[in-house]
Design a protein around this ligand. Structure first.
Ligand code: GDP
Length: 222
């Protein structure tokens, strides 16, 4: 018998039952817990924490809003480089989403950036409940140096991470396939990278059900 294709394997993982549980979870209550500028302000951890990182303007706020099926979960287009806080949201009883500030913004104040990086490193190293970081990458741009730096930090902190391509509606399928292949090749050599990619569009809704399901599977294990 032939080996199952990647898509067939995905069907085994994201079964209708898991997709439906994920849909229900995200249709339910999502509560903003707090914004954290300093490590000592971290909320008590829920069993499963997942964080969202990415360059400024990657479409992170749009994705978080689309995942939650609401408009104002995360503020879209907040001034880049200004809000250096980790924002925590509770989704149901077990899952916590963490919205990390966009990175790669050159004009941010140097002292602020250094302070923020210390917070980020300490958070990544010390948070046992942090099960995965989703590193968002614009489909049109692929991996940029700021993404590689973030991935180095995650590999170095032994924090499991997974690439989520955003704005998939903005490029042609043939170009998208190329970006997917090059990202897969880049992560295959990295210690803490999950091999599965999520390809999403907040605009069209592509990939959102599977990304929600990924989080449900992670929280099942927690
Ligand atoms: P953030 O800085 O990472 O939070 O990015 P935003 O969510 O504010 O998005 C930046 C810009 O990209 C905004 O103009 C969004 O409308 C746009 N955008 C975000 N996601 C998508 C998407 O899936 N498709 C398209 N076409 N535009 C998007």
């Amino acid at each position: 018998m032939a080996e199952p294709t990647f898509e067939e394997k995905l069907e085994d993982i994201f079964t209708p039952e898991v997709l439906e549980r994920a849909r229900k979870l995200f249709a339910g209550e999502i509560t903003f817990l707090r914004g954290v500028p300093r490590l000592q302000d971290l909320p008590e951890a829920m069993p499963c924490e997942v964080a969202f990182a990415g360059r400024s303007n990657v479409g992170k706020s749009s994705l978080l809003n689309a995942l939650g099926g609401r408009k104002n979960l995360a503020r879209t287009s907040s001034t880049p480089g200004r809000t250096r806080e980790l924002n925590f949201f509770a989704v149901g009883e077990k899952l916590c989403l963490v919205d990390m500030p966009g990175y790669g913004y050159a004009k941010a104040d140097k002292a602020l950036v250094e302070g923020w990086q210390t917070l980020l490193k300490n958070y990544l190293r010390g948070r046992r409940e942090l099960k995965r970081v989703f590193v968002l990458v614009d489909s049109r741009h692929g991996l940029k140096s700021a993404d590689l730096e973030m991935m180095d930090l995650l590999d170095g902190s032994a924090v499991n991470y997974q690439i989520v391509l955003t704005k998939a509606d903005k490029i042609k399928p043939s170009a998208l396939t190329k970006v997917i292949d090059s990202v897969k090749a880049a992560i295959s050599k990295r210690a803490a990278a999950h091999p599965r990619l999520h390809v999403t569009s907040s605009e069209r809704g592509d990939g959102l059900a599977e990304l929600r399901a990924e989080m449900v599977l992670l929280s099942d294990l927690a």
